[in-house]
Ligand binder design. Structure first.
Ligand SMILES: Cc1cc2nc3c(=O)[nH]c(=O)nc-3n(C[C@H](O)[C@H](O)[C@H](O)COP(=O)(O)OP(=O)(O)OC[C@H]3O[C@@H](n4cnc5c(N)ncnc54)[C@H](O)[C@@H]3O)c2cc1C
Length: 521
């Protein structure tokens, strides 16, 4: 069975144990966990998988150095627990998809001896909290060592720095691969399908049926359910209110912008953490798949499906980049810019209504609506998607299905493409060019040889789509048939991600093969 819309519609059943609404990081995690526990699962996603916040993150798999600082400063046990959990999840995320997530070295530059001691202790604590799951110990660097490690950094006034390690990932593909794995194990997974409404039991008022609109085929379908999980991130309140209009709003949305520059402005593999901007936040300069990612901002915003980056945000991020980089970039050097909406959970409703979004704890909460039994998983972050899913399923089993807790099996379960594979052998082989081999491995992991075989069976399939880029002509058909790509946006902005790194290149690829998606329904 292929991972195409056609195949999923064929698989569609009259009833499911669990319907997951939302195909971002959170919904994907819930779908895999539930399928591994033996439930019959369906996922509906209104856009493409990970097309909202889950493809617009800073791509860090991290505990959060800033959250640790807040935890210590405010003696906040909740915040500390969140850093602990995320640091342990970091290793698991890297293990379960080594082609999509890897360790990343980051430098924190220090401009006073006090700062150097302060951040040295902080990073030491960060390592200790990670314990046996630590990726590599942090260490202090002098100016000369910094020059060697981060040659792009402007060393003016620097007294030293701290080098530490976190993870970096391909966020959109990570979500897609979790969903593909859930589907392989039996789940029905559909993009471009939107929740229309719920039908509730007359007697108990519990949701018993879900009505869904297929946004491509323009038709509706319905199925019976035992439980519904609302994993719609920033859109959570809309679904909660659909299930029970009496519920109070719980989410607060904050926007985070990034800009992307050419790699020449930040050569090398080490990222920079700017620990304190003038407005008291952190900004990262990150090497990212042949480019430099600079972000992010944190400002309260309204809910919208396609937030676009403002000129002020570009100027703000460029200014920070230029403060720290030796080679200055100008606005015309910006290759791409994107914005994500953080689904922040208002913890104490009264105070959080006025709260500044920077100070809201990035933890999660599972809510079961007493009337409809809708299970909403709210808040959290990418790095903690797996434990968010585990908590959701544990609570769903206890409070909605009323069954004994079944074991969560996701911890040591590789996601699609992440199972054991001799990557070195593949990367050092003589098939195609080394750039294409790297692209295929970093995109499909252990499925890379299968993609090559697929392309070999299509006329001109192993030819390059555009000279100078690693993408193969045959990959487009592969993405349609095995990754549910329905339009160029799905390919360029998520399956390959090049559109979020370099908008002009994304458009150039699209122009080359415009007709490729004419036949999708
Ligand atoms: C700027 C920024 C940077 C971040 N950086 C990091 C980071 O570096 N590391 C980290 O760990 N975390 C990071 N995060 C947090 C992380 O990205 C989010 O917590 C996570 O992606 C949220 O995933 P989600 O699935 O809950 O939401 P989403 O990805 O938004 O998914 C919800 C989905 O529900 C769908 N949906 C909505 N309504 C309906 C409906 N009616 N029917 C069907 N589907 C529907 C939407 O289309 C959407 O795809 C960052 C967040 C932002 C905004």
């Amino acid at each position: 069975m292929s991972f195409s819309r056609q195949a999923q519609f064929k698989k569609l059943a009259d009833s499911y144990d669990i319907c997951v609404i939302g195909g971002g990081a959170t919904g994907a995690g819930v779908a895999l966990d539930a399928t591994l526990r033996g439930y019959k699962v369906i996922v509906i996603e209104r856009g493409d998988f990970a097309s909202q916040t889950s493809s617009k993150s800073t791509k860090l798999v991290h505990g959060g150095v800033r959250y640790l600082e807040q935890a210590v400063k405010n003696l906040d046990w909740q915040q500390f627990k969140m850093v602990y959990k995320a640091l342990h999840e970091r290793k698991i995320m890297l293990q379960n998809a080594p082609h999509l997530a890897h360790p990343l070295a980051l430098l924190t530059p220090c401009y006073s001896w006090f700062d150097r001691a302060y951040y040295r202790i902080g990073m030491w604590l960060y390592d200790k909290i990670a314990g046996a799951t630590n990726l590599k110990d942090s260490r202090g660097l002098n100016k000369k060592e910094i020059q060697k490690e981060v040659p792009a950094l402007n060393l003016k006034k620097i007294v030293g720095g701290i080098l530490y390690y976190d993870g970096q990932m391909n966020d959109s593909r990570y979500a897609l691969s979790i969903l593909q794995e859930a589907e392989r194990l039996g789940a029905t997974v559909l993009n471009y399908t939107e929740l229309s409404s719920f039908t509730c039991s007359h007697k108990s008022l519990k949701i018993k049926e879900v009505l869904v609109k297929d946004l491509i085929g323009n038709k509706e379908f319905q199925f019976n359910v035992r439980a519904v999980v609302n994993a719609t991130g920033p859109f959570t309140d809309k679904i909660r209110k659909l299930a029970n209009p009496n519920l109070q709003e719980r989410m607060k949305v904050s926007r985070g912008a990034h800009i992307v520059l050419e790699k020449k402005f930040w050569p090398g593999d080490t990222a920079l953490l700017i620990p304190k901007t003038d407005d008291g936040r952190v900004v990262f300069l990150l090497p990212w798949r042949g480019y430099v990612l600079v972000g992010t901002t944190d400002d309260a915003d309204k809910l919208s499906e396609n937030p676009i980056i403002f000129e002020e945000e570009k100027t703000y991020l460029l200014e920070y980049f230029n403060r720290f980089a030796l080679e200055k970039a100008s606005p015309s050097d910006i290759k791409a810019g994107f914005v994500g909406l953080r689904p922040l959970l208002q913890v104490q409703l009264q105070t959080a209504m006025q709260a500044d979004t920077k100070s809201i704890v990035r933890d999660h909460e599972v809510e079961v609506d007493r009337r409809s039994k809708l299970v909403s998983i709210m808040g959290g972050k990418w790095t903690t998607y797996r434990i968010m899913a585990e908590d959701t399923l544990d609570i769903l089993e206890a409070e909605v299905l009323h069954v004994p807790k079944s074991p969560c099996l996701t911890k040591n379960h590789p996601i699609m493409g992440g199972e054991h594979f001799d990557a070195d052998l593949f990367l050092n082989s003589k098939i195609l060019t080394s750039e294409t081999r790297r692209h295929l491995y970093e995109t499909y992991g252990s499925l890379a040889p299968r993609v090559i075989e697929f392309c070999q069976n299509i006329p001109k399939g192993t030819e390059l789509l555009l000279d100078g880029l690693p993408y193969l002509q045959g990959e487009i058909d592969y993405l349609k048939k095995h990754e549910m790509a329905t339009c160029w946006d799905d390919v360029v902005n998520r399956r390959w991600g090049i559109g979020l790194r370099d908008e002009a290149l994304g458009r150039k690829l699209e122009d080359k093969k415009k007709e490729a998606f004419a036949s999708i329904s």
